[in-house]
Design a protein around this ligand. Structure first.
Ligand SMILES: Cc1ncc(COP(=O)(O)O)c(C=O)c1O
Length: 372
């Protein structure tokens, strides 16, 4: 392979971010350093209010990462030992780990193979008297079709929780994800659509009681200084990350638009009977394209061809949560998780980061169409 003809196309590349953004970030960092206040301060408060506003919720609570956001949100709702939480097995293991850390049991429903998201009939098969919540994951950036799930949770009197770690800015029926259920949990890990320069997370909600409890839980269960009415943890967001998020948030819509235009080209131009694309969203607002995932029985061949042309690709996810050896025993849909298994065996994620160039996109599409 000639690298000068085929320069590497990385999956993510933060060095491509514009000078203008870096200059604003350096200014923000300097201002925090000079402020002399580094954990849970004005920058965190500003980010919490900006993020709540972006998500159309009453409030947001900044925490250390997305895993903690889910755990703290669930614990704020009182989910714990003896409870079951229905979720998808096709997600980052953190989703499942957060449920386990509350003491509750994850119960895995199957996915809709057209979208990769949790499937409604399968949810029904997982419900029993111990079900305390349904935790949907807006996977790959796609807002889950929520109508039936909203009706189901309200009829059963159970909680509806959203893992929004991959879906910053996606909307369902005009409502931002993270504002639909009892709370939304966010990760700002660097590779997310809105990423910090390290770990960060948040919880969004319209429930003020939940917000107050989450604020206590993130800070040792403290109500007032040195008073601890509940058992909490240390999951505070620091001022540096919050100040960078305040700057980077200004770019989120721009980045989302670029992701959407890349996805549109993939949908319009990938044409190969060996490759199946996931369902296109009905409305642009439904999807923010955190990942562009395709399905092919020839995954290994395609990944090899891409790699020969210096193009990175990844698999989300090679092993579903219920098959991870950390789980000694997993509770599942009694009909099994056949769609999840099939997807994990055949899915492949193509680069879709916002600084991918049109020429790079041409090269990726060319491999998909002509080299498999
Ligand atoms: C769907 C999903 N949930 C939760 C998380 C956990 O977020 P974090 O890495 O910030 O703990 C991630 C991140 O990988 C994710 O993709």
């Amino acid at each position: 392979m000639n690298t000068s003809e085929n320069p590497p196309i990385p999956f993510n590349d933060f060095t491509r971010e514009p000078e203008e953004l870096i200059a604003k970030e350096l200014e923000a960092v300097e201002s925090v350093l000079r402020s002399g206040w580094w954990v849970l301060g004005k920058e965190v408060e500003l980010f919490e209010s900006k993020w709540a506003n972006y998500c159309s919720t009453l409030s947001a609570v900044g925490v250390a990462n997305g895993l903690d956001a889910i755990e703290i949100g669930l614990r704020s709702l009182g989910v714990g030992p003896g409870d079951e939480v229905i979720t998808t097995s096709l997600t980052a293991f953190a989703t499942c780990l957060a449920i386990l850390r509350t003491g509750a049991t994850p119960v895995f429903a199957d996915i809709d193979p057209e979208t990769g998201c949790i499937e409604q009939q399968s949810i029904h098969r997982c419900i029993n008297s111990s079900t305390k919540a349904i935790l949907v994951v807006h996977l790959y950036g796609r807002a889950v079709d929520m109508e039936n799930i909203i009706n189901l949770t309200s009829n059963l009197g159970i909680f509806l929780v959203e893992d929004c770690a991959q879906s910053h800015g996606a909307k369902y029926n005009g409502k931002p994800v993270g504002s639909i259920g009892d709370f939304g949990a966010w990760s700002f890990y660097p590779t997310k659509n809105l990423g910090a320069v390290g770990d960060a997370g948040a919880i969004t909600s319209n429930n003020q009681e939940l917000i107050l409890k989450a604020k206590m839980l993130r800070n040792y269960g403290q109500s007032d200084r040195y008073y601890h009415p509940i058992i909490g943890m240390n999951s505070r967001l620091d001022e540096l990350q919050a100040s960078l998020l305040n700057v980077r948030l200004e770019y989120l819509n721009l980045w989302t638009n670029r992701r959407r235009s890349i996805a549109k080209r993939y949908w319009a131009e990938i044409s190969n009977p060996e490759i199946k694309l996931l369902q296109q969203p009905t409305e642009d607002e439904n999807h923010v394209h955190h990942l562009f995932v395709i399905y092919t029985k020839k995954r290994r061949d395609l990944q090899n061809q891409l790699s020969k042309m210096n193009i990175s690709s990844l698999i989300h996810y090679p092993i579903a949560c219920h098959l991870q050896s950390a789980l000694k025993e997993a509770k599942l849909d009694p009909n099994g998780l056949n769609n999840t298994k099939d997807h994990c065996e055949n899915c492949l994620s193509l680069p879709i980061q916002p600084y991918l160039t049109d020429l790079e996109l041409d090269r990726i599409i060319d491999v998909c169409n002509n080299q498999l």
